[in-house]
Design a protein around this ligand. Sequence first.
Ligand SMILES: [Zn+2]
Length: 83
Amino acid sequence: MYRLFLIFGLLIVFFVLLKSIYRNSKLAGRSPGPSLDGDQMVQDPVCGVFVPRKNAIVKQGGEASTYFCSQECAAKFQEQPPN
Ligand SMILES: [Zn+2]
């Protein structure tokens, strides 16, 4: 009976390990930089600089949000929109 528990425990450990390895390989498989979750790069339409989305200044437009590297660029964009 004791053995059964041991085998069961080992199976769980093995499963958890397998899961974490799978998750790590999935993360490693992704291209670094531009498309990482929570760290997606967005382009500032004013100066053309790429900034991580979490650090960007966000302005809600009609359908889409626009991201800026700084308040200055956001202000410039609002003064003279591209079209
Ligand atoms: Zn900018």
